[in-house]
Design a binder for this molecule. Structure first.
Ligand code: ADP
Length: 418
């Protein structure tokens, strides 16, 4: 299944995807205009997932980014309340839903806007809920965005699965937990869930980690803190920081103004800012390379009848960390027909700084299509005359190659900066 066909996987049993192709195209088009997708997940409800999602979105918007905030938490869509937007009604046109503007660069869409009254419970059955999530992602007219932040339903069931599958493997997961043991177990399941679905985990946020005293500013650890960080280490995913319990965070949520808009120096505000730092870094790293300089087939094919392309692979998928891959899938391409004329799997030597670039150059590779790659490896490859494209999704390497050949490869952030 190609990335472009992400939304039709669950329809295959019911008559294949021929009937839903225009919808898939629409989804692909919508998603291709969004540079970074961040899906906020939690193992269970009540850990502050919506609070974190809202403050991430507002923090990124305050940093000048074009941001969409999509609330598909079918169990309790709370974003309208958190942003004082309960009375807003989206304009629904022909197969298009217009997001509501919260500020000049933050647009919001929530299932909550569709409920007749704020007291209504959502009693849709499972398959309806999943269809609704898909429709929501596909039909909202976001336009060009730097970031789409998605507030997902909690847990690791069909609904977050549907959200991740619809948005695709280039969406990064941010997993919110609290420090207690039971929440930490849930988060372990969430990390495994993301890995199984094929989405990279941007990191874990430990919310309600200690109590920030409003009088003295000191943070008191009421429960054990540090569980989220230990788990992040154990599961080899980044730790994005601890957000303390701060009465103002709860009050801002109750009164419908985002905390990071009004607070800048408190422990919680600083923690929220640390959480968005890697996202801003993502945006900056993408901007480093203008589209006119990206290595496309057309650009590389000039004067060349054939090209050799290598992709780092681990466990059958494109490896997100160049230096940690098990093998390289190497393809010879006929640039006139865009067809693969030969392919091999090459096992690299033991990884040491600087070893892979030389070895790859020795294979006469023209282009490396990678998930994440450190700046050093990129410049060494460049010195050897090998082109590099980073940010490819963690899917079957043949799919990555195919979409690159077709000119439809969607790249996200460089997932590895060391
Ligand atoms: P979820 O989306 O996981 O169900 P919410 O974001 O709705 O959780 O948060 C649950 C409650 O906890 C809300 O009342 C919210 O205001 C409060 N809350 C979340 N994070 C904090 C925090 N760091 N300090 C104080 N209150 C918080």
């Amino acid at each position: 299944m190609s990335d472009a066909c992400g939304s039709c996987s669950s329809n295959q049993g019911a008559g294949g995807c021929s009937g839903c192709e225009p919808e898939d195209q629409k989804l692909t088009k919508t998603l291709s205009r969004i540079k970074h997708k961040i899906v906020v997940l939690s193992g269970k409800g009540g850990v502050g997932k919506s609070t974190v999602a809202t403050n991430i979105a507002v923090g990124l918007a305050l940093a000048g980014k074009q941001v969409g905030l999509l609330d598909v938490d079918v169990h309790g869509p709370s974003i309208p309340r958190l942003l004082s937007m309960q009375d807003k009604q989206p304009h629904i046109g022909h197969e298009i839903i217009e997001p509501i503007s919260w500020s000049k660069n933050l647009w919001v869409m929530s299932l909550g806007f569709m409920l007749p009254s704020r007291d209504d419970a959502v009693i849709w059955r499972g398959p309806v809920k999943m269809g609704l999530i898909k429709q929501f992602v596909r039909d909202v007219a976001w336009g060009d965005l730097d970031f789409l932040i998605v507030d997902c339903p909690p847990g690791t069931g069909d609904e977050p699965l549907s959200a991740l599958q619809t948005i695709g493997p280039e969406a990064y997961a941010v997993i919110v937990t609290t420090p207690q043991g039971v929440a930490i177990d849930d988060v372990r399941r969430s990390v495994t869930f993301c890995r199984q679905v094929g989405n990279p985990v941007l990191g874990i946020v430990e919310n309600m980690s200690g109590f920030a005293c409003p009088d003295c500013g000191k943070v008191y650890n009421i429960f054990n803190s540090g569980g989220g960080e230990a788990l992040a280490r154990e599961m080899n995913v980044p730790f994005l920081g601890r957000i303390p319990i701060e009465p103002e965070v709860a009050r801002s949520a109750d009164e419908g103004f985002p905390y990071v808009k009004v607070e800048h120096d408190s422990p919680a505000a600083q923690a929220f800012n640390r959480v968005i730092k890697p996202m801003l870094k993502m945006a900056d790293s993408l901007q480093e390379k203008p589209a006119s300089e990206l290595p496309t087939l057309e650009r590389l094919a000039k004067g060349n009848g054939s090209l050799r392309v290598a992709l780092p692979v681990a466990e059958g998928k494109l490896c997100q960390h160049f230096g940690h891959c098990q093998q390289f899938a190497v393809y010879d391409i006929d640039t006139a027909t865009k067809g693969v004329v030969a392919s091999t799997n090459e096992t690299p030597p033991t990884h040491e700084p600087g070893v892979f670039p030389k070895w790859i150059a020795g294979l006469k590779v023209d282009l490396v299509l990678a998930g994440g790659m450190g700046a050093k490896a990129q410049s060494l490859l460049k010195e050897e005359g090998v082109q590099v494209l980073v940010g490819a999704p963690s899917v079957d390497p043949e799919e990555v190659l195919k979409s690159w050949l077709e000119g439809t490869l969607q790249t996200g952030a460089n997932t590895c900066d060391h």
